[in-house]
Each structure stands twice: as structure tokens, then as C-alpha cells.
Ligand binder design. Structure first.
Ligand SMILES: Cc1cc2nc3c(=O)[nH]c(=O)nc-3n(C[C@H](O)[C@H](O)[C@H](O)COP(=O)(O)OP(=O)(O)OC[C@H]3O[C@@H](n4cnc5c(N)ncnc54)[C@H](O)[C@@H]3O)c2cc1C
Length: 386
């Protein structure tokens, strides 16, 4: 496979770098310090159409592939920013594109593409289900031309910054199912219409991620907002997992590059015992090792993205890329923090912020244990471990 970027892909990288320069370290530091949403950044990206990368041109998007989308997210993180603030729009897009009907696509996609609507909230995780999504208990009960949603979700990000939420809810009781992967359905929830019946409680987390507990109390969703067939929602969500894993891998690669570059620069400049600390192998080699692992992970990321864009099977590569990239980024984060010594803990160096942010990628949107379980079972043929 040829992983050299095309001229267009290189142009996308350059353009994103240019936009990100308008949002330097200080911008992200202040947003983090104030626990604010990077509103100006997200608005700018939307205005320029970058968040519509995966929306086909016929619906007002730019109709790019997952490779290009991954380059966009990578460069945001590489610049020192945090793509998680707006990545869900790309993660969730496939569900609507692949399984939504024409009327839904016409209703939502052009407005998402031009930034008038945000689809940044994705409601799957629940307190009593965790990684076992087939055990979720939030129900969607049909009453005439509406569904009534009741239940509770946890760790749902950007609900207050989004207009729409893609929601996974139960339409058949778990015990009534032979196949436990059935009985769940996906809905588009218009968050403005849900007001009064939807309680959103922001969570105080280690990172600035706008994540909430969400309580549904008879939230009404019109039947026309059901995506695809009732009961098939879990399958639709799984269909999006490869894209999600490739995109998160790219974010981790971006983080990893940021850490390595900052560490190498600091190690070359900081003089202790009369010489730059980077002239000591104990400082230099962990940075070089992290660099090697990031570059290796990046190759798998492009392999996965290329196969995805060719519509070839890529579950193994997507999972490998997510695992390798997030672990390599975490290794780079540690090397960078260690290199900075005490200054690594000072907010003004941004290392501690990026350190916190990149750690998430080993846990969410899917924990690396579950990624390893996929590789063990589906690639290596071992028994199911969960
Ligand atoms: C900042 C943040 C933002 C998030 N945003 C969203 C969002 O927008 N929407 C959404 O739906 N969710 C979101 N999540 C939830 C996230 O996807 C889950 O936290 C993640 O999938 C893990 O689920 P859990 O926290 O319930 O962990 P659990 O499932 O309770 O697992 C805990 C630990 O045990 C391990 N484990 C569990 N079972 C096994 C097993 N069989 N074998 C080996 N290891 C196992 C897991 O890997 C993990 O390390 C977010 C989480 C965070 C922290």
C-alpha cells in the first residue's frame, strides 16, 4: 500500500495547520482553565466546512473519506488543540448516512454541513451497562406516532453544546430477546424539543470535556426520527466502530507528535549540569522510543483508513491502530512530562493539559481492553473473553 499523501490530502493538512495557528496554546489553556467550550474554534471549523468532511456533496458537505477526516482531527491535536470537542460529528455521521432514510438525510445533513445544526452528542453509555452496551436500560416505548424515552445515560459529552443527539435506546426488553444484540434502536433526538423532560447534569472530570449525566423523563421523539429499522440499532452502532477507531487513532497520533516535538525541543534547550538534558541517553531515548512507536502506529492508521475508504474489511487494522496509537501517545505524554521535570506540571507549558487529554483515548470512546478482546477473539480466534 502506498501511504504517501495525495496533493489534496497534503493541502488539507496545510489548511488545518493554518486554521489551528489562529488558536494557539494560550487559547486552549484558557478554555481548559475556564472549563469552557472552544466555541470560537468549533464555529470557525464549521464555517470552513471541515466538520462536514464526511457529508456527501449532494447534502452540502465536502464528501471526503475517512483518511482525510482523520488528517483533520490529527492536525487539531498536533497543533496543541483537542479534537474531542467536535469529533463526534464525524464519529456519528456514518450511522445517519448508512442507515438513515432519504428524508432524514435531506432534513438534517445540509444544516449540519453548513453549521446551523450540531450533531455532537452521542448517547450510548449507561451507569449499569458500561462497556456492555447490549445491557442498556433506557427505553423507547412507542405511543402512536411518538416514542417516549425514559432512563439515564452517563458520560454523554457535549449535550449542552449540541442541537441533536444520536441516541441508543431499548425498544424490546432484554429478557424477551433471543439474540441480545437486537432490541435496541437509534434515534435522532432534537435537544431543543426535549427541554423540560431532559435533565443534563455536568460532570466534574479530570479533563475539560463537557460530559454529563443525562436523565430522560418521557422525552418525546417522533417516529420519523427512528434511524433504520426498530431493533437493529446496536448493529448500526457497530457499523460505525471502525471509523471511530481510525479517527481516534489519528487524534492520538496528533497528540503523540505534539509531545515528541515539545519534548525534543525542550530537551535540546534546557541546560542542567552544563549541557542540554537531551544529550543524556536517559532523557533522549524515551523520546526517540515514543517517536518510533507513534510512527509505527501511524502506518497502521493509514492502512486501516485506506482499507476503509476502499470499502474493504478493516476491523483488525482499525482496532490495531486505535490500540497502538493511543498507547504510543500515552508513552509520548509520559516521556514529555518527564523531560520537562517540574515544569511539566506548570499549566503554562501545556504538557499537563495534553497529558490529561491524551489519557482519555486509551479509555474512551472504547477502552483498550475491549480492543484487545476484539483482536483476541476476531483476529486470533481465541474464545470470547467477555
Ligand atoms: C470524558 C469521557 C467522555 C465520554 N463521552 C461519551 C459520550 O459522549 N457518549 C457515550 O455514550 N459514552 C461516553 N463516554 C463513556 C465511555 O465510552 C466509557 O467510559 C467507556 O466505554 C468505558 O465504559 P465504562 O466507563 O462504563 O467502564 P466499564 O465498562 O465499567 O469498564 C471498567 C474497566 O474494566 C475493563 N473491563 C470491563 N469489562 C472487561 C472485560 N470483560 N475484559 C477486560 N476488561 C474489562 C474496561 O476495559 C475498563 O478498563 C465517555 C467517557 C469519558 C470518560
Amino acid at each position: 500500500m502506498d501511504f504517501n499523501l495525495t496533493v489534496e490530502q497534503q493541502q488539507i493538512r496545510d489548511e488545518i495547520r493554518k486554521v489551528c495557528k489562529e488558536f494557539p496554546d494560550g487559547y486552549w489553556r484558557e478554555v481548559d482553565h475556564n472549563k469552557a467550550y472552544p466555541e470560537a474554534f468549533v464555529r470557525k471549523l464549521s464555517e470552513l466546512g471541515w466538520l462536514a468532511a464526511l457529508i456527501p456533496e449532494e447534502y452540502g458537505g465536502t464528501g471526503l473519506g475517512i483518511t482525510e477526516a482523520s488528517i483533520i482531527l490529527e492536525e487539531i491535536n498536533h497543533s496543541g488543540g483537542v479534537a474531542t470537542a467536535c469529533h463526534a460529528q464525524m464519529y456519528t455521521m456514518g450511522t445517519l448516512l448508512r442507515h438513515g432514510n432519504e428524508e432524514q438525510k435531506k432534513r438534517y445533513l445540509p444544516k449540519i454541513a453548513n453549521g446551523r445544526l450540531r450533531l455532537q452528542a452521542f448517547g450510548v453509555t449507561e451507569p449499569d451497562a458500561g462497556s456492555e452496551s447490549t445491557k442498556i436500560q433506557t427505553t423507547a416505548t412507542r405511543k402512536g406516532d411518538r416514542y417516549l424515552i425514559n432512563g439515564q445515560k452517563i458520560f454523554i459529552s457535549r449535550v449542552l453544546q449540541s442541537d441533536l443527539m444520536l441516541l441508543l435506546a431499548r425498544t424490546t426488553p432484554y429478557d424477551a430477546l433471543q439474540d441480545k444484540t437486537r432490541g435496541l434502536s437509534v434515534f435522532i433526538v432534537d435537544l431543543s424539543e426535549a427541554k423540560g423532560k431532559l435533565e443534563v447534569k455536568p460532570l466534574d472530570l479530570m479533563i475539560n470535556h463537557h460530559t454529563n449525566a443525562v436523565f430522560f423523563d418521557n422525552v418525546e421523539v417522533p417516529v420519523e426520527n427512528l434511524i433504520g429499522q426498530e431493533g437493529m440499532g446496536f448493529r448500526y452502532i457497530i457499523d460505525g466502530w471502525n471509523a471511530e477507531r481510525i479517527l481516534v487513532a489519528a487524534e492520538a497520533i496528533g497528540d503523540g507528535r505534539w509531545f515528541v516535538e515539545r519534548a525534543a525541543r525542550y530537551a535540546s534547550q534546557r541546560v542542567v549540569f552544563g549541557r542540554p538534558i537531551g544529550s543524556n541517553q536517559g532523557v533522549q531515548f524515551p523520546i526517540a522510543k515514543a517517536y518510533a512507536n507513534i510512527e509505527a502506529a501511524d502506518l497502521v492508521r493509514y492502512q486501516a483508513a485506506t482499507k476503509f475508504d476502499r470499502k474493504e474489511k478493516c476491523g483488525a487494522e482499525a482496532n490495531l491502530a486505535k490500540y497502538l496509537a493511543s498507547e504510543a501517545a500515552w508513552e509520548a505524554a509520559n516521556a514529555c512530562l518527564t523531560t520537562h521535570g517540574g515544569y511539566g506540571f506548570a499549566a503554562e507549558y501545556d504538557v499537563e493539559r495534553k497529558f490529561r487529554e491524551t489519557r482519555l483515548l486509551t479509555i474512551a470512546p472504547v477502552s483498550n481492553n475491549l480492543v484487545l478482546a476484539y483482536l483476541g477473539q476476531h483476529v486470533l480466534g481465541m474464545p470470547k473473553s467477555y
